[in-house]
Design a protein around this ligand. Structure first.
Ligand code: PBG
Length: 330
């Protein structure tokens, strides 16, 4: 129960009267350690190309990652997430390129680990969508995304990323049973210390549009992902997903997208006491940056939004804004 006073003895505005006083009683704050920075990698040399639907976000060639990673480390960001824009010619029905040890993600992991050692963590998605010609996260037979057959490939993909030096394996595919199977295989091959961050609660969302453009799967995606990603009418189901993944061995769980799902973040945090990450996805990024560019919102809207994830209980936020922390935290 909350015990409180009564007006006129009590005046809530007293603590809001000055900036110092507001700071004194503030319950939540943001720092560099609260962020994960997503980075898109692409082919070529010395390249940095802006993504049309995500102003201010770029695809980098693997040899050109130093500036963005140096900035992240200076801002105390603990981890980056690597996403590839795979050449169309390398995409096929089974997503074979996912298992190529010289694919973009593998090259990027090796380069970054060699240069930066453990000054920053690396997280990688486990899912086939950057590599399949149809843009789905798994393999298809007669219009069905096959679960168990896909998981067998995901296990190999996770193992390959671990061998390359990836620190955190992040299955984002929403197949059933994959966390347990990946954990078991990682352990069997001696990767007991590799962490698993499960995209346990990933909704089938319209907010992923710009990301699909960034990794070049937007135009090829056939249909939607509703048979494996969650229905956004549900919240009990989110708790079930999390409890399953915890039992299967997840170290951390993700809720995705972010802002429309603050209720879910809070619920998970309160019930499971496990590290929860919020993914402020591409569509959320683009909405905010466009509104700011068009002077519909003030830039402080970014800070307000990011802080809301902390207030809801997130331990960290995966955000494209994380490349602009100098400005945001000022
Ligand atoms: C791949 C994946 C997606 C995102 C992260 N990993 C897209 C999807 O499921 O279609 C979206 C991230 C974003 O929109 O910023 N499984």
């Amino acid at each position: 129960m909350i015990i409180t006073g009564k007006y006129p003895n009590l005046r809530m505005r007293r603590s809001r009267k000055e900036e110092w006083s507001r700071r004194l009683v503030r319950e939540n704050s943001l720092s560099g350690s609260d962020f994960v920075l997503p980075i898109f990698v692409t082919d070529g040399k010395n390249r940095k190309v802006e993504i049309k639907s995500m102003k201010g976000v770029y695809r980098y060639s693997v040899d050109n990652l130093s500036s963005i990673i140096d900035r992240a480390i200076n801002n105390k960001i603990p981890m980056i997430a690597i996403f590839p824009e795979t050449n169309k010619k390398l995409k096929d029905l089974k997503g074979s390129e996912a298992l190529n040890e010289n694919n973009l993600v593998c090259k990027a992991i090796r380069n970054v680990k060699k240069k930066y050692k453990n000054y920053i963590g690396i997280m990688c998605d486990v899912a086939l969508d950057p590599y399949t010609s149809h843009g789905h996260d798994g393999i298809i037979k007669k219009n069905e995304i096959l679960n168990d057959e896909t998981v067998e490939i995901l296990i190999k993909q996770a193992l390959l990323q671990a061998e390359m030096g990836c620190d955190v394996i992040a299955p984002s595919d929403m197949m059933d049973g994959r966390i347990g199977k990946i954990r078991k295989e990682l352990d069997r091959k001696g990767f007991k210390k590799i962490q698993i961050l499960s995209y346990a609660v990933k909704y089938s969302s319209s907010f992923y549009g710009p990301f699909r453009d960034a990794i070049g799967s937007k135009n090829s995606l056939k249909g939607n992902k509703k048979t494996y990603q969650m229905d956004y009418g549900n919240s009990d189901e989110a708790l079930r997903e999390v409890s399953i993944d915890i039992k299967e061995g997840a170290d951390m769980v993700m809720v995705k997208p972010g802002l429309p799902y603050l209720d879910i973040i809070k619920d998970i945090k309160n019930r499971f006491k496990i590290p929860v990450l919020a993914y402020q996805v591409s569509g959320e990024y683009s909405l905010l940056t466009n509104a700011i560019k068009n002077r519909i919102l003030k830039p402080e809207a970014i800070y307000e939004t990011l802080l809301s994830f902390k207030r809801a209980g997130a331990n960290a936020i995966i955000s494209y804004h994380a490349d602009y922390l100098d400005k945001i935290l000022k």
